[in-house]
Design a protein around this ligand. Structure first.
Ligand SMILES: *Cc1c(COP(=O)(O)O)cnc(C)c1O
Length: 361
C-alpha cells in the first residue's frame, strides 16, 4: 500500500529526492566522500553550495542586490537574529510593527519584545485567527524599524493572498511553510526567512534572503555567527554550515526546476488544496473555520463534528496509509499539510478516505 505523509514539519520529501540521497550517500558523485563527512571548504562542497544558491535564485527570481544566506537555528532563532541585525536604536525607542495572524507571528512577538517595543499594527485574534486583517486596517508606525508578517500560518492555516506595500519600512516575512509554493516578488521584501523542513528540505537549515543595504552590522551583543555581515562576507561559511541540509535543499531546488518552476508548482498546489477544501465544504462531518479568501494552500486544519471521533479517524486513516494527520497541540483536531512534495494522488487518497469515513460514521 502506498503511504502518504501529511506532517506539518519536518515534512514529506519527493521520492526522487529521497532516492538520490540514498544513492549518493556513501560516495558523492564518485568523489570518494560521503556528504556526511565532507569538509565544508572542499571543492566538492563548494560546488554543492554554489549550485544550491544559483538554483534558489533562479526559482525565486532573486535580484542581485539581495544576498542568500544559509544559516542554522531555525525560523525561531531568526525571530531574534533579525532585530539583533536590524535594530540600531535602544530597546526602549525602537518600534517593530507586527501583523498578528496566528501562532507563529505570536511567538515571534515574544522573541522580538526582548530587543524592541512590539506594536501590534493589526490582529486577527478576535476572529480566532481565521482571517488576515485587510491592509487598509493596518495601523503602521511611521518610524518602525520593520514590519513583521508571517505569510503562511502553519498552525491556523491562513495564508496571505496579497503582498502588502508598507512603504519605505522594510517588510520582513516568515515564509517557512509556503516558500517555493508560488512565485513571489522578492523586491517587495527587506528580509524573507524560512526553516527548510517544511517546503524545501530537512531540519537544520534556515534560508535567509536579505536586501544588501540591511546587512550593515549587528548589535554588539549578537553572536558573531548570527551577524549577517559575517555570514554574507563568508558566503555562509563563517563557521560550519549545515552541510547535509544544504545538499538536500539543493536537490529540492533541482526537483522544483524539473517540475517546471514555481508557476507550475503553484498550479498543482492550488488544485491539490481545492480538492481537500471542496471535500470539507461539501461534508457535514468536517469543518474548516478559515475565511475562504485566506485559506492556506499548504496547511489545512479541520475538525470533526464531534471530537470524540478524532481517535477513530486517525486510526482508520493510518490503516489506509494516511499518516501524521493529527492537528497542532494548540488547535487540536486534524491538519493535512499539502506541501510541494505531496503528490496529487496523496490528496485524492485522503479525500476518498474522508468521504468513506463520513459515510460509515
Ligand atoms: C515551523 C515554523 C516555524 C518554526 O521553525 P523552527 O525551524 O522550528 O524554528 C516558524 N514559523 C513558521 C511559519 C513555521 O511554519
Amino acid at each position: 500500500m502506498e503511504k502518504f505523509n501529511f506532517s506539518a514539519g519536518p515534512a514529506v520529501l519527493p521520492q526522487e529526492v529521497l532516492s538520490q540521497i540514498t544513492e549518493e550517500m556513501a560516495d558523492w558523485q564518485g568523489s570518494g566522500l560521503s556528504i556526511l563527512s565532507m569538509g565544508h571548504r572542499t571543492d566538492e562542497f563548494t560546488v554543492i553550495l554554489q549550485a544550491a544558491e544559483q538554483d534558489c535564485r533562479a526559482l525565486l527570481g532573486i535580484p542581485d542586490n539581495y544576498r542568500v544566506l544559509f544559516m542554522q537555528g531555525g525560523a525561531v532563532a531568526q525571530n531574534a537574529i533579525i532585530p539583533l541585525n536590524l535594530v540600531k536604536k535602544s530597546k526602549e525607542t525602537a518600534v517593530i510593527d507586527f501583523i498578528h495572524t496566528g501562532y507563529w507571528s505570536g511567538r515571534a512577538m515574544e522573541d522580538v519584545a526582548k530587543y524592541a517595543c512590539v506594536h501590534v499594527a493589526a490582529s486577527a485574534k478576535e476572529s480566532q485567527f481565521t482571517t488576515i486583517p485587510h491592509k487598509s486596517s493596518w495601523q503602521l508606525s511611521p518610524s518602525a524599524e520593520y514590519v513583521h508578517v508571517c505569510t503562511n500560518e502553519t498552525v491556523h492555516g491562513v495564508e496571505f493572498n496579497f503582498t502588502p506595500d508598507v512603504g519605505d519600512v522594510p517588510l520582513v516575512a516568515d515564509m517557512s511553510s509556503h516558500i517555493f509554493s508560488r512565485p513571489i516578488d522578492v523586491t517587495k521584501y527587506g528580509v524573507i526567512f524560512a526553516g527548510a523542513q517544511k517546503n524545501m528540505g530537512i531540519a537544520g537549515l534556515t534560508l535567509v534572503i536579505v536586501r544588501d543595504d540591511l546587512i550593515c552590522g549587528a548589535q554588539a551583543n549578537c553572536p558573531a555567527a548570527f551577524d549577517w555581515v559575517n555570514v554574507a562576507k563568508n558566503h555562509s561559511r563563517f563557521n560550519t554550515p549545515p552541510v547535509f541540509a544544504i545538499y538536500v535543499a539543493g536537490l529540492m531546488f533541482k526537483w522544483l526546476l524539473q517540475q517546471g518552476g514555481l508557476e507550475n508548482i503553484a498550479k498543482q498546489n492550488s488544485l491539490k488544496s481545492h480538492l481537500l477544501y471542496d471535500c470539507i465544504d461539501a461534508s457535514s462531518l468536517y469543518a474548516n473555520a478559515v475565511s475562504r479568501d485566506c485559506r492556506s494552500r499548504m496547511n489545512v486544519p479541520f475538525s470533526l463534528r464531534d471530537p470524540v471521533l478524532d481517535t477513530a479517524f486517525l486510526a482508520a486513516a493510518k490503516q489506509q496509509g494516511l499518516l501524521q494527520l493529527q492537528g497542532h497541540r494548540v488547535l487540536g483536531g486534524m491538519r493535512a499539510s499539502l506541501y510541494n512534495a505531496m503528490p496529487a494522488k496523496g490528496v485524492e487518497s485522503l479525500v476518498d478516505f474522508m468521504r468513506e469515513f463520513e459515510r460509515l460514521s
